[in-house]
Design a protein. Structure first.
Length: 212
């Protein structure tokens, strides 16, 4: 009997969430069921699912934080699933411009329109972004491959930044499957990955993208 390929799945949680919502209007997914329906169960076997994300703080958004924490807790109870959390950081956005609502003159970081003097209040604008999550995914994939924990990777992300790690993983004799949504299509991942599989949406209760 031919031995099945050992499969590790890696989820870029934030990227996956937003693309799932954009493509299918669905937010929460049973990632174990999705992985099992993505593989060929006659020749492949899921050994581990590593889900990476950064939690939203309660100070930033209490409701979103609680919903997110419930989802993390739910998937962490699934077999084979490991949830690995990074952190979100706030960075100021420089060169923020707004237009005066009276004369439409463009302003930058000022309380009064320099043209007509209309007083304006500019809120301190910041951008929230993940810190180190992509690097953590890439390093974890590499180390797991070097330690010969898998034969094949399922990568649930459309981030082209993973390309260098994928190239090295293939050099050590492993396969990387790019698991993508219909949109967008990352051409660089199409070129470097061993195989591409489209994440389906099916209109039935046991769909991999059904309610969870």
């Amino acid at each position: 009997m031919t031995q099945k390929k050992r499969v590790y799945a890696y989820f870029d949680g934030s990227n996956f969430y937003h693309l799932c919502k954009k493509n299918y209007g669905i937010k929460n997914v049973d990632i174990l069921q999705l992985c099992n329906l993505t593989i060929n169960q006659l020749t492949e076997e899921i050994l581990k699912i590593k889900y990476f994300n950064s939690p939203v703080s309660q100070q930033a958004n209490l409701i979103v934080s609680r919903i997110q924490q419930r989802f993390f807790a739910k998937i962490s109870r699934l077999p084979f699933v490991e949830v690995i959390l990074g952190k979100l950081v706030e960075r100021p956005l420089n060169n923020i411009h707004i237009n005066c609502p009276i004369c439409k003159h463009q302003m930058a970081e000022t309380l009064n329109c320099p043209k007509c003097g209309t007083p304006q209040r500019i809120v301190d604008c910041k951008k929230t972004s993940e810190k180190g999550v992509d690097v953590n995914i890439a390093i974890t994939m590499l180390l797991d491959g070097i330690e010969n924990k898998y034969d094949q990777v399922l990568l649930f992300s459309s981030d082209a930044d993973f390309s260098p790690a994928i190239k090295y993983i293939k050099k050590i004799g492993k396969e990387v499957v790019y698991c993508r949504f219909p949109q967008p299509i990352t051409s660089e991942l199409l070129q470097v990955c061993s195989e591409v599989r489209v994440i389906p949406k099916e209109d039935r209760e046991n769909s991999p993208l059904g309610p969870f």
